[in-house]
Design a protein around this ligand. Structure first.
Ligand code: ADP
Length: 163
Protein backbone atom coordinates (compact mmCIF):
# COMPACT_ATOMS: atom_id res chain seq x y z
CA UNK A 1 0.00 0.00 0.00
CA UNK A 2 1.46 3.36 -0.97
CA UNK A 3 1.67 6.05 1.68
CA UNK A 4 -0.66 9.03 1.12
CA UNK A 5 1.02 12.29 0.16
CA UNK A 6 1.86 14.58 3.09
CA UNK A 7 0.91 18.18 2.45
CA UNK A 8 1.68 21.07 4.82
CA UNK A 9 -0.51 24.16 4.74
CA UNK A 10 1.52 27.21 5.84
CA UNK A 11 -0.79 30.18 6.48
CA UNK A 12 0.23 33.77 7.10
CA UNK A 13 0.42 37.29 5.72
CA UNK A 14 3.88 37.06 4.12
CA UNK A 15 3.94 40.85 3.63
CA UNK A 16 6.61 40.29 2.45
CA UNK A 17 8.19 36.84 2.75
CA UNK A 18 11.41 36.95 4.81
CA UNK A 19 14.35 34.58 5.15
CA UNK A 20 12.59 33.32 8.31
CA UNK A 21 9.61 32.11 6.27
CA UNK A 22 11.89 30.76 3.51
CA UNK A 23 13.86 28.70 5.99
CA UNK A 24 10.70 27.21 7.53
CA UNK A 25 9.42 26.18 4.07
CA UNK A 26 12.74 24.68 2.99
CA UNK A 27 13.05 22.65 6.18
CA UNK A 28 9.41 21.55 5.92
CA UNK A 29 10.17 20.17 2.45
CA UNK A 30 12.42 17.61 4.14
CA UNK A 31 9.48 16.43 6.24
CA UNK A 32 6.49 16.84 3.88
CA UNK A 33 6.00 15.88 0.23
CA UNK A 34 4.58 19.31 -0.58
CA UNK A 35 4.13 22.69 1.09
CA UNK A 36 1.29 25.10 0.32
CA UNK A 37 2.11 28.69 1.27
CA UNK A 38 -1.31 30.19 1.96
CA UNK A 39 -1.77 33.95 1.92
CA UNK A 40 -4.61 35.07 4.16
CA UNK A 41 -6.98 37.57 2.64
CA UNK A 42 -7.66 39.75 5.67
CA UNK A 43 -10.38 42.32 5.10
CA UNK A 44 -9.37 44.43 8.08
CA UNK A 45 -5.71 44.59 7.06
CA UNK A 46 -4.34 46.32 3.99
CA UNK A 47 -0.81 45.25 3.32
CA UNK A 48 2.23 46.91 1.88
CA UNK A 49 2.19 44.49 -1.04
CA UNK A 50 -1.08 43.42 -2.69
CA UNK A 51 -2.00 39.76 -2.35
CA UNK A 52 -1.13 39.17 -6.00
CA UNK A 53 2.27 40.83 -5.55
CA UNK A 54 2.98 38.73 -2.44
CA UNK A 55 1.90 35.58 -4.27
CA UNK A 56 4.30 36.30 -7.12
CA UNK A 57 7.17 37.08 -4.72
CA UNK A 58 6.61 33.78 -2.88
CA UNK A 59 6.33 31.89 -6.18
CA UNK A 60 9.67 33.27 -7.38
CA UNK A 61 11.31 32.19 -4.10
CA UNK A 62 10.54 28.50 -4.60
CA UNK A 63 10.75 27.92 -8.37
CA UNK A 64 11.36 24.23 -9.09
CA UNK A 65 10.43 23.14 -5.55
CA UNK A 66 7.32 21.27 -4.39
CA UNK A 67 5.73 24.51 -3.20
CA UNK A 68 2.38 25.89 -4.24
CA UNK A 69 1.14 29.40 -3.38
CA UNK A 70 -2.55 30.10 -2.80
CA UNK A 71 -4.72 32.93 -1.49
CA UNK A 72 -7.50 32.00 0.91
CA UNK A 73 -10.27 33.78 2.73
CA UNK A 74 -12.36 32.71 5.66
CA UNK A 75 -11.59 29.93 8.07
CA UNK A 76 -8.05 28.64 7.71
CA UNK A 77 -8.86 25.00 8.52
CA UNK A 78 -11.56 24.98 5.82
CA UNK A 79 -9.07 26.23 3.25
CA UNK A 80 -6.50 23.69 4.42
CA UNK A 81 -9.05 20.88 4.03
CA UNK A 82 -10.10 22.14 0.59
CA UNK A 83 -6.49 21.95 -0.54
CA UNK A 84 -6.11 18.40 0.76
CA UNK A 85 -3.60 19.38 3.47
CA UNK A 86 -2.61 16.82 6.07
CA UNK A 87 -0.93 19.30 8.44
CA UNK A 88 -0.81 22.96 9.33
CA UNK A 89 2.69 24.40 9.49
CA UNK A 90 3.69 27.28 11.78
CA UNK A 91 7.00 28.85 12.72
CA UNK A 92 7.98 29.74 16.26
CA UNK A 93 10.40 32.54 17.01
CA UNK A 94 10.29 32.40 20.77
CA UNK A 95 8.09 32.46 23.81
CA UNK A 96 6.37 35.59 22.51
CA UNK A 97 4.87 33.55 19.64
CA UNK A 98 4.01 30.61 21.86
CA UNK A 99 0.93 31.81 23.77
CA UNK A 100 -0.97 32.84 20.64
CA UNK A 101 0.12 29.83 18.61
CA UNK A 102 -0.91 27.49 21.41
CA UNK A 103 -4.41 29.02 21.49
CA UNK A 104 -4.69 28.91 17.71
CA UNK A 105 -3.54 25.30 17.45
CA UNK A 106 -5.97 24.22 20.17
CA UNK A 107 -8.88 25.99 18.47
CA UNK A 108 -7.92 24.54 15.08
CA UNK A 109 -7.71 21.05 16.56
CA UNK A 110 -11.27 21.48 17.85
CA UNK A 111 -12.47 22.64 14.44
CA UNK A 112 -10.55 20.07 12.40
CA UNK A 113 -9.26 17.15 14.53
CA UNK A 114 -7.67 15.44 11.52
CA UNK A 115 -5.32 18.36 10.85
CA UNK A 116 -2.16 18.19 12.94
CA UNK A 117 -0.37 21.49 13.61
CA UNK A 118 3.38 21.13 13.24
CA UNK A 119 5.75 23.78 14.63
CA UNK A 120 9.25 24.48 13.50
CA UNK A 121 11.64 26.51 15.59
CA UNK A 122 13.29 29.36 13.78
CA UNK A 123 17.00 29.18 13.03
CA UNK A 124 18.97 31.29 15.49
CA UNK A 125 19.86 33.90 12.86
CA UNK A 126 16.18 34.47 12.02
CA UNK A 127 14.62 34.69 15.45
CA UNK A 128 14.40 38.51 15.37
CA UNK A 129 13.12 38.64 11.77
CA UNK A 130 9.51 39.61 11.13
CA UNK A 131 7.72 41.08 8.10
CA UNK A 132 6.67 44.04 10.22
CA UNK A 133 10.23 44.92 11.18
CA UNK A 134 11.40 44.43 7.59
CA UNK A 135 8.73 46.89 6.39
CA UNK A 136 9.65 49.44 9.04
CA UNK A 137 13.38 49.31 8.43
CA UNK A 138 13.02 49.27 4.63
CA UNK A 139 10.60 52.23 4.73
CA UNK A 140 13.31 54.25 6.49
CA UNK A 141 15.91 53.26 3.93
CA UNK A 142 17.65 50.72 6.19
CA UNK A 143 19.48 47.72 4.74
CA UNK A 144 17.44 44.51 5.01
CA UNK A 145 19.56 42.50 2.56
CA UNK A 146 20.50 39.98 5.25
CA UNK A 147 16.92 39.08 6.10
CA UNK A 148 15.05 38.88 2.78
CA UNK A 149 15.86 37.16 -0.55
CA UNK A 150 17.34 39.45 -3.28
CA UNK A 151 14.17 39.73 -5.40
CA UNK A 152 12.22 40.84 -2.33
CA UNK A 153 14.89 43.41 -1.48
CA UNK A 154 14.42 44.78 -4.99
CA UNK A 155 10.61 44.85 -4.65
CA UNK A 156 10.93 46.71 -1.31
CA UNK A 157 13.25 49.24 -2.90
CA UNK A 158 10.70 49.90 -5.65
CA UNK A 159 7.83 50.22 -3.14
CA UNK A 160 9.63 52.74 -1.02
CA UNK A 161 11.36 54.50 -3.89
CA UNK A 162 14.84 53.92 -2.49
CA UNK A 163 15.99 51.12 -4.82
P1 ADP B 1 1.23 36.54 10.92
O1 ADP B 1 0.57 37.45 9.92
O2 ADP B 1 0.32 35.56 11.60
O3 ADP B 1 2.22 37.21 11.84
P2 ADP B 1 3.34 35.84 9.16
O4 ADP B 1 2.90 35.96 7.76
O5 ADP B 1 4.26 36.90 9.68
O6 ADP B 1 2.08 35.57 10.07
O7 ADP B 1 4.07 34.46 9.39
C1 ADP B 1 3.44 33.24 9.11
C2 ADP B 1 4.11 32.16 9.93
O8 ADP B 1 5.52 32.24 9.81
C3 ADP B 1 3.82 32.22 11.43
O9 ADP B 1 3.73 30.89 11.91
C4 ADP B 1 5.04 32.88 12.00
O10 ADP B 1 5.27 32.52 13.34
C5 ADP B 1 6.12 32.32 11.09
N1 ADP B 1 7.29 33.16 11.03
C6 ADP B 1 7.37 34.47 10.72
N2 ADP B 1 8.64 34.93 10.80
C7 ADP B 1 9.41 33.87 11.17
C8 ADP B 1 10.82 33.69 11.47
N3 ADP B 1 11.69 34.69 11.39
N4 ADP B 1 11.24 32.44 11.83
C9 ADP B 1 10.36 31.43 11.93
N5 ADP B 1 9.03 31.54 11.69
C10 ADP B 1 8.56 32.74 11.32
Amino acid sequence: MSKPETIAFYPGSFDPLTNGHKDIVERALRVFDRVIVALAQNVSKTGLFSLEERKELVRQTFVGKAVEVVIFEGLMVKAARNHGATSVLRGLRGVSDFEYEFQLATMNKTLAPELETVFMMTEKHNFYVSSKLVREVASLGGDVSEVVPPHILEALGKKYGNA
